[in-house]
Design a protein around this ligand. Structure first.
Ligand code: F3S
Length: 274
């Protein structure tokens, strides 16, 4: 697990121990097994603030926008902020650019929780996009800031910057680009690609709804046969037929038990298929 998720688990578990239970606004991180494990420790995810039943609410690793913080305050709830420090930094960059008069383009999926939070910090001056075509030309666009959702792929972000600066150079007087990428994710991706090059099959373990896990699988799928699984029982014996080398990697929020379970199943299936 990345340090941001490990830190979040430690903080919510301690809070649940202290208060008996704690609720989080959305899952701590996008992994169902992790959410189930935390539920047993007294950490319950609620979909929105209307469902909160305790006196305190924890903000998950991907963070929230200022409008959500104001709503929490209006409801007189205590806040346990477990937003990953890397995401916090991206939020500060978004806010700073917007305050300085930049239209802020965020490289990321508009529906991703982290991107929603980042858009909130631009206070109406942000646009989420995955390609230059998605960025409509605002009427008074003279300064353009570009940042990224923290878990995006570096190469894709660089390609996006090139596209955007080329398309908008005739209209924009000043570009400001800040890399808000998470280095832990970039290293993981590079390792996964190396592993994919050396193996005939790569198993990527993580939540099917985890964006960083899906991106790992997408990057490796162009190199070798790649399967994304959330748990051991999803591994199919037929995948192993004719394979001599199999690599295993995992997303940033995948619990160690899930990895151990998949590796154990692979080892027992390998004996069966010879
Ligand atoms: Fe934070 Fe990077 Fe993990 S942004 S939550 S350390 S993947």
């Amino acid at each position: 697990m990345c340090f941001g998720v490990r830190r979040a688990i430690k903080l919510v578990t301690e809070a649940a121990g202290e208060y008996g239970k704690i609720e989080t606004l959305g899952p701590v991180a996008h992994n169902e097994q992790l959410v189930e494990r935390l539920e047993k420790a007294g950490v319950r995810a609620v979909a929105d603030l209307g469902q909160a039943s305790g006196e305190a609410i924890a903000i998950p690793t991907h963070g929230v926008g200022p409008e959500v913080l104001s709503e929490i305050e209006a409801r007189k709830l205590q806040v346990l902020d477990i937003t990953c420090p890397i995401v916090k930094k991206a939020q500060r960059c978004a806010a700073r650019l917007a305050r300085a008069g930049f239209t802020v383009v965020i490289f990321g999926e508009a529906e991703h929780s982290e991107v929603k939070g980042l858009l909130g910090w631009t206070r109406g001056k942000g646009i989420a996009a995955m390609s230059a075509e998605e960025v409509a030309h605002p009427p008074a666009l003279s300064r353009l800031g570009i940042i990224s959702q923290t878990t995006q792929n570096r190469d894709s972000f660089v390609a996006f910057i090139n596209q955007l600066t080329t398309a908008f150079a005739p209209f924009v007087g000043e570009f400001r680009i800040i890399s808000t990428l998470c280095q832990a994710i970039q290293r993981r991706l590079e390792e996964a690609v190396r592993l994919a090059r050396r193996n005939q099959l790569l198993i990527v373990i993580g939540g099917h709804n985890s964006a960083n896990t899906r991106r790992l699988a997408e990057a490796c799928a162009s190199i070798t046969e790649t399967r994304l699984v959330a748990a051991a029982e999803e591994v199919d014996k037929s995948w192993l037929l004719g394979k001599r080398n199999i690599g295993v990697t995992a997303g940033a929020s995948t619990p160690g038990e899930a990895i151990d379970g998949v590796v154990a199943r692979l080892e027992s299936l390998a004996k069966l298929v010879g």
